[in-house]
Design a binder for this molecule. Structure first.
Ligand code: PXP
Length: 246
């Protein structure tokens, strides 16, 4: 089985920084610690309202990182121009609503095919691997192929929420959907990632889905870092992923 890459999302280092303004704590410093702890990539979501990561963070990450940057963003002209200026390794397109606390639900690729195909084309031509953050639905997976995405990232938020609510049966149904759609996307030639809401409790079953090649994890790791330090928090996640794959 392929090894599973860990992308560490550092958005919430910026959230803490922005609570006071100024420059501390520095997301680039966190990203470098994540690299040292075994992260295979860094993910940062430049939101339209800049509530966590700011434009200057993207500049710093692009010039300071040794591992690839996965730039999460909405499919807007402003974000497309930023991505084309920086040409990060990967661009993950996510739905974005101003009032939401975090990315709720996946992108409606099937309902927006022509626009997304036009949006993706220059990014792919510039060498970015374009990923679409979607729910585990066949219609979305199949539309992702048609619009020219290289990657889909399956939204694990519902699975993690059902686990946290103790709704084991519904969680297992959602898990089966994730596993089935990972296989379907892989069979259609897409690279398959997953993420959102993952923790030490939920990561192992997801990591065991054989078609997945990358997990993107942020909020839990930054929270756990308060108690144990970022490197220890990441090293344990890495170890749990590796054990699930073994
Ligand atoms: N993947 C995508 C596409 C996301 O939007 C997010 C949240 O920004 C994550 C992964 C990471 O989610 P979490 O912070 O809950 O681990």
């Amino acid at each position: 089985m392929q090894t599973l890459r860990l992308g560490v999302n550092i958005d919430h280092v910026a959230t803490v920084r922005n609570a006071r303004g100024g420059a501390w704590p520095d997301p680039l410093r966190a990203a470098k610690l994540a690299e040292a702890a075994g992260a295979d990539g860094i993910t940062a979501h430049l939101r339209e309202d800049r509530r966590h990561i700011a434009d200057a963070d993207i500049d710093a990450l692009m010039s300071g990182l040794a591992v690839p940057l996965n730039l999460e963003m909405a499919a807007t002209p402003e974000m497309q121009a930023i991505a084309l200026r920086h040409r990060p390794h990967a661009v993950c397109l996510v739905p974005e609503k101003r009032e939401e606390r975090t990315t709720e639900g996946g992108l409606d690729v099937a309902g927006d095919e022509a626009r997304l195909a036009r949006f993706i084309e220059p990014l792919a031509a510039a060498g970015c691997r374009v990923s679409l953050f979607i729910g585990a639905e066949a219609a979305q997976v199949e539309a992702a192929v048609r619009v020219g995405a290289a990657v889909v990232e399956l939204h694990t938020g519902a699975y993690c929420d059902l686990h946290a609510e103790g709704r084991g049966e519904a969680r297992d149904v959602e898990y089966a959907r994730l596993a089935e759609m990972a296989a379907h996307a892989h069979a259609l030639g897409l690279e398959v990632h997953a993420g959102h809401g993952l923790s030490y409790e939920t990561v192992a079953p997801v990591a065991a889905i054989p078609q997945l090649v990358e997990l993107n994890i942020g909020h839990f790791l930054i929270g756990e870092a308060i108690f144990r330090g970022l490197q220890a928090a990441i090293a344990e996640m890495r170890a749990r992923m590796d054990a699930a794959r073994a």
